[in-house]
Design a protein around this ligand. Sequence first.
Ligand code: GLU
Length: 343
Amino acid sequence: MCGIVGILGASPVAERLFEGLKRLEYRGYDSAGIATLVDGQIERRRAEGKLANLAAKLASDPLPGTIGIAHTRWATHGAPTEDNAHPHIVGDVTIVHNGIIENFKPLRDELIAEGREFKSQTDTEVVAHLVDRELKAGKVPRDAVAAVLPRLHGAFALAALFAGEPNLLIAARLGAPLTVGYGDGENYLGSDAHALAGLTQRIAYLDEGDWAVLTRESIEIFDRDNQPVTRQIVASGVSPAAIEKGNHAHFMLKEIYEQPVVVAQTLRSYLRAVEQRVAMPQMDFDLGSIERVVIIACGTASYVGMIGKYWIERFARLPVEVDVASEYRYRDPVLPPNTLGVV
Ligand code: GLU
């Protein structure tokens, strides 16, 4: 997992975008980049490796501008190089993207056949070309994005910034999370509440297939059928302190030390101290009928699944399989009846 941050600011944004990327560091990444509009033109800085490398570039070559998007990349298509780092610029649009465009190959072939040249190996650059093609055909940015989204298959969160549009960001999500944040004369977007902690506490989670048009004054949200929708604004509840490394050398160490507190808090929500009983969550199936468990997860969550396998096999005497989610989705798994999937 990697991260997206976007700010329509009342003041310069590069530093705050960078802070947002730092708050997303816990997800892991291999390169990073920021783009802003400077005198209406797209400017960007990108760097391989740690955010410190991007910070060094920004220090020697600062990025002004009061609107921008930022990205930490976890490469899926193309090596973790500066050329493949986001944002990707084609013509008047620049895009950051989390996830995978599954049908990027036929789209890329189609665009190359039209004479378009690619500067990266990423699936993301295809999206920038598709939007640019619609813009060049005369569409305004929101119509250009609306025309492109149905062509994209896969899992993605996207944010787009346009040259000559100093009060416009467009975002979309399908299968990858994306959040919009409401400020005072400013608006924001981010991969999750963590990205926006420190910017605003008022956020709304976009739903599957939603896309959003953000200005400093408004956030319009549309569903996959392009119908305007309202998504509830909630208080994020994520304090900036909760996502800092504190005195720990890195996030994994911090999470290891947090385990007793996290486990205690989780258990506490099921304990009824006064009645001296455990209140299990309501299930609409009979736990006793389960004959087999499949745990599907990625990264550290799949390690947790492996611990779960030890415990469930030992205490519940049920066979447990742990599967890597990124592989599982391509399989046609054999799931007998009474199998519990923990996803
Ligand atoms: N698939 C895109 C790439 O490889 C985005 C990866 C990500 O989620 O950071 O550039």
